[in-house]
Design a protein around this ligand. Sequence first.
Ligand SMILES: Cc1cc2nc3c(=O)[nH]c(=O)nc-3n(C[C@H](O)[C@H](O)[C@H](O)COP(=O)(O)OP(=O)(O)OC[C@H]3O[C@@H](n4cnc5c(N)ncnc54)[C@H](O)[C@@H]3O)c2cc1C
Length: 378
Amino acid sequence: MDFEFPNPVKIVQRTARDFARQAVAPLVPQMEETGRFPKSLLRSLADVGLLGVIVPRKYGGSELGFLARTVALTEISKVSAAVGVTLQCHHMQTAAILDWGSREQKERHLPALCRGDYLGTCAITEPTGGSDLTGMGTTARPERGGWVLNGSKCFITNVHLCAAPLVVAKTGEGSRGLSAFLLKKGAPGFSVGRDEHKVGLRGADTGEMFFKNCRLGSESLLGDEGEGMKAALKTISEVGRPGMAAAALGILEAALEEAVKFSKSRTLYGKPIANLQAIQWHIADIMMDLESARLLCYRASWLKDQGRLDCATHMTMAKVFATEAAVRATRKALEIHGGCGTMMEYPVQRLWRDAMVCVSAGGTTEIGKIVLSRAALN
Ligand SMILES: Cc1cc2nc3c(=O)[nH]c(=O)nc-3n(C[C@H](O)[C@H](O)[C@H](O)COP(=O)(O)OP(=O)(O)OC[C@H]3O[C@@H](n4cnc5c(N)ncnc54)[C@H](O)[C@@H]3O)c2cc1C
């Protein structure tokens, strides 16, 4: 078994690390303040090949695969999980178009998404509950030459900066009752609502969408009618979950760094608190969570690159473990900081807030465990 990254992945890791330090880190205070994704980052993310990391070269991507994607998202998220999550949701739309799009849809949308003309998004969740896909209320009714959409979506990442969102709507009943569509911003009857004020991942835009007799042409259907559930589940489990896992991995790396730095610099009883065994145990726990999450994330991404069908189970495991581990680890890192951990000038509080938000985005821990137990029991 070879634990060494192939050369192209090493290059992506270095590129993403440098980019995160130079281009993303200076924007973190502004993102924390406004809660908005800085538009100025879009083109530079495209320039370093991160928007099209899983897209083939013929559509303008850098075609580096899922392990490279995970490694890049981790480096970005170590500096800003908000930017990591923005990127990962963007990748979800590129993957869905690759998997389900017609040649014409791929040629029209993928180069624009890779160039950073706009961000990608997949709109599935509704106010009626994100865990229950069949309970969604947004409908797409067939009419001559197209479809009429009615309903709403909520908690949608990147919605404010996406010109052609992917939307899943009800076209029938049961598991074949959902279909996916590619909308155009500005289509009559389609509007974007408020930008949510989140406790964490500030800098990843999250918002609402409304459809009121929104008319779409027949060319907007992505995949076949009735394939929306399959498309949503595959995109969530094979792209969304590993993306959130990588964001959590970045948070875990940052948590370990902050915990070590503080425990070496804070002096009590005449010595750095790193000498106290209770602090050392916290650090050891953070380290074990980090390395366990890392192995799960890398293996799941590697399986996806090998085209293995069982990758979805491993990606769900990586997502549930890494996001829960990030919550545990950031809490411990925060405790190591004592009162300083609760002060806004110490980054550890941001890591803790970001970790909490990563738990539900991409599917909750409870839903993840249902998926995993089903895989084990079947
Ligand atoms: C920052 C952020 C970004 C997001 N981005 C997107 C996006 O881009 N696109 C998109 O479509 N969605 C997005 N979401 C929505 C996300 O996918 C949902 O929040 C998630 O699926 C959970 O849905 P919910 O919040 O409606 O919770 P609910 O589904 O209402 O769940 C509430 C609680 O019930 C539990 N629960 C539900 N069903 C079961 C069950 N069968 N057994 C046991 N417990 C259960 C849940 O685990 C949870 O604890 C985002 C969310 C966040 C926070």
